[in-house]
Design a protein around this ligand. Structure first.
Ligand SMILES: [Zn+2]
Length: 298
């Protein structure tokens, strides 16, 4: 009896404290968080972040939401490589992908983003940090966090040679943000899509350009790619790019159609939930996206 009670106790403990996921090896020299289940704000809204390890050093893709989160990421990186961290790419500069920049800048990394997303961070970064309560975060979650701007920006394309590993940074069109970029490893047919792709996770649309975004998804579907690390969600494929495009077009068309007849947010959200594909995480994005783009500002 005692044994059963102990086992029960242990299994409850395991349920209550899921182990923090380490970086997953997704290919030779490539590691990433993927399929994070804890989508709470302090856990970077389950944003994925990863690394490419070359002979000469490491390139980091995105830095999570805070100094605390970036330090956890850095500690996980050090479990797989002790090479110098040479570059950080911000796939875009939303808080959950770029507010950990300072931790990596102090490691000596050059922070890189598209010019438009550096400008976005300049416009809203400090105010976002100051009003972090609006994002469900407490001051203590953000302790030591500072806004660090990308030192190097580009507009179309950059190629980085890490020593035996070639990494392409590509911007197709304005999409999730004006300057959202992908990180492409052609030899591995592998792509970090940033928030251009949300898989099994309702996307954040507030800063999005739906027409450019669908064009970007078309361009990604035409690339020589087999595996894709989305901005949020599990390791993905082109099928998920297709579903992302369908989701965007459906949300946009339905939200427009429904808000012609009604400005009642709850009623419109209820209708949207009936037609949108089911996704496991972040259903709260539906009302958020509706209010940010489709309802008249109150
Ligand atoms: Zn984002």
């Amino acid at each position: 009896m005692k044994k059963i009670a102990l086992l029960l106790h242990l299994s409850l403990l395991l349920l209550a404290t899921p182990a923090l996921a380490d970086l997953t090896k997704v290919a030779d020299s490539v590691y990433s968080y993927v399929g994070v289940k804890d989508a709470t704000p302090a856990n970077s809204f389950a944003a994925n972040a990863g690394i490419v390890v070359g002979r000469d050093g490491i390139l980091v893709v995105d830095t999570l939401i805070s100094a605390k989160e970036a330090k956890r990421f850095l500690a996980d990186i050090r479990k797989v490589s002790d090479k110098p961290i040479r570059y950080v790419v911000n796939t875009h500069t939303h808080l959950d992908h770029a507010f950990g920049n300072g931790v990596f800048a102090r490691e000596g990394a050059v922070i890189i983003s598209h010019a438009a997303d550096r400008a976005l961070l300049e416009r809203v970064g400090e105010a976002t940090l100051k009003n972090i309560g609006n994002y469900g975060l407490k001051p203590e979650d953000m302790a030591g966090t500072e806004i660090v701007y990308p030192a190097l920006t580009f507009t179309d394309r950059v190629t980085i040679d890490l020593g035996g590993e070639t990494v392409e940074l590509i911007r197709v069109a304005p999409s999730h943000t004006e300057g959202s970029v992908i990180v492409y490893l052609p030899a591995k047919k592998l792509l970090f899509a940033g928030d251009i792709l949300f898989t099994d996770f309702h996307p954040y649309l507030a800063d999005g350009d739906i027409a450019g975004w669908t064009r970007t998804l078309d361009a990604l579907m035409a690339m020589d790619v087999e595996r894709i690390i989305p901005g949020h969600g599990p390791l993905s494929t082109k099928k998920d790019l297709r579903e992302m495009k369908e989701y965007l077009l459906l949300f946009d068309a339905k939200a427009r159609e429904l808000t012609v007849g009604s400005q009642d947010a709850d009623a419109v959200v209820a209708e949207l939930k009936k037609v949108l594909p089911k996704r496991s995480l972040a259903e709260w994005m539906i009302p958020f996206n509706l209010k940010s783009r489709y309802l008249q500002k109150q």
